[in-house]
Design a protein around this ligand. Sequence first.
Ligand SMILES: [Zn+2]
Ligand SMILES: [Zn+2]
Length: 339
Amino acid sequence: MRAALITQPRTLELQEVPAPTPGPGQVRVRVGATGVCGTDVHLFDGHFHARLPLIPGHEIAGVIDQVGAGVRELEEGQLVALDPVIACGQCWACRRGQRQHCLRFEALGVTQAGGFAQYVLAPAANAYPVRHLSVAEAAFAEPLGCVAWGILRLRPEPGSNALLFGAGPIGLLLMQALLVSGVTEVTVVDPVAERLALAKSLGASHTVQTGPSMAQALRDLEPHGFDIVAEATGIPSVVEDMPRYAAVGGKLLIFGVAPEEATVRISPYDIFQRDLSLIGSFSLNATIPLALNWLESGRIRVEPLISHRMPLEELHKALEYKEHPGMGNALKVLITPEG
Ligand SMILES: [Zn+2]
Ligand SMILES: [Zn+2]
């Protein structure tokens, strides 16, 4: 089969490799679409303790074409979305229901062969049957599963309002998830006008462009601050400014992936005195079913977020788009190995 491999840091090679055969409890999936994500760039750079060579790609959807011994519930020909997190089920974290913190953490496309290939193996328990969705929509189950975990962590109050920094693909998923989870109004901030227009068309109540007048514009909208302030930027200076936009009793959600070594200055007195909550959200935790419910109900729309569909041969270009936001006007890029 054809596969894209990171052979060493910053080297991507398209290779012909043997197609895998499913062992007991595994299924083989013919990949229909795999989303390109910032994590893939980190792996390409050799971060995340990447064990190379590696076939990356963890936002995977496709059709089961072989099932291993002992697989129940699934059969050949079924369209599935894959949960990339492979948890041992036995360690301290797994026993506390924190699969994404498994002490023997493995993940498709991160520590094991992923979806930038014609075929991928997955434990049957990680393959979720999909109904009424295209394979491209199903490839959003993983990023939306991460958003779903963020929503479960955040627990938005009914009728609350939210301020969201970042209108990239993840920000636009998070915005829609807030709106189907009890939040009445979401104000979206981003430097790119086209992204703000898309946010508006997907349900943002207000949009504000990043710039010198931004702080005043946000104060004019909500003089007492927002109940929820979330970010999907990974930019430390954005995180640092979040408390000033929060209402008393407000919740701050850090959703973007900041550089590991970055630090920010936040006033403990401010967090204390205004009853603020600071919430993190890592990866996904058995939240693919919630993501699929949102997608299958049509309540969260992902087609408008797809800017490119590329063959495996162009994964290199897709990673470049991810490294340089704004390049190629890219939002979500899907790799479609079957062309
Ligand atoms: Zn991802
Ligand atoms: Zn475990």
